[in-house]
Design a protein around this ligand. Structure first.
Ligand code: SF4
Ligand code: SF4
Length: 108
């Protein structure tokens, strides 16, 4: 039996709703690189919890079991930096977009 997630206070916006208010200028190139994306990468066997797949608020990382690899939907990244701090194997490299590409914040 799965536990119900805690309910939000009245009027509180969900993460999904907040993400819907952001704008992106999609870059043709990824700014996120897995340092090791081979079959020997820590993602395959060593990294049991794969925190990148749960910590990212934009759901950029997804474990693809049939191919035994992490898929990276870099276009959705909101550049918070959490994934590279929490990867226990330092396997995520972020090279932030230049030239006005990527996410656009109202005051930044
Ligand atoms: S947290 Fe790092 S090592 Fe673990 S699955 Fe994600 S990229 Fe791979
Ligand atoms: S920087 Fe933040 S939004 Fe971007 S992939 Fe990492 S955790 Fe997700």
């Amino acid at each position: 039996m799965s536990e119900k997630p805690p309910s939000l206070p009245p009027g509180a916006a969900t993460v999904e709703a907040k993400l819907g208010t952001l704008e992106w200028k999609k870059s043709p190139q990824t700014h996120i690189t897995l340092r090791d994306a081979t079959e020997k990468a820590p993602c395959v066997e060593l990294c049991k919890d794969r925190p990148c797949t749960t910590v990212c608020p934009a759901k950029v990382y997804e474990w693809h079991a049939p191919e035994k690899r992490i898929l990276v939907a870099y276009e959705n990244c909101i550049e918070c930096g959490a994934c590279r701090m929490l990867c226990p194997f330092d396997n995520i490299a972020c090279d932030w977009h230049g030239g006005g590409m990527g996410v656009k914040y109202k005051y930044g």
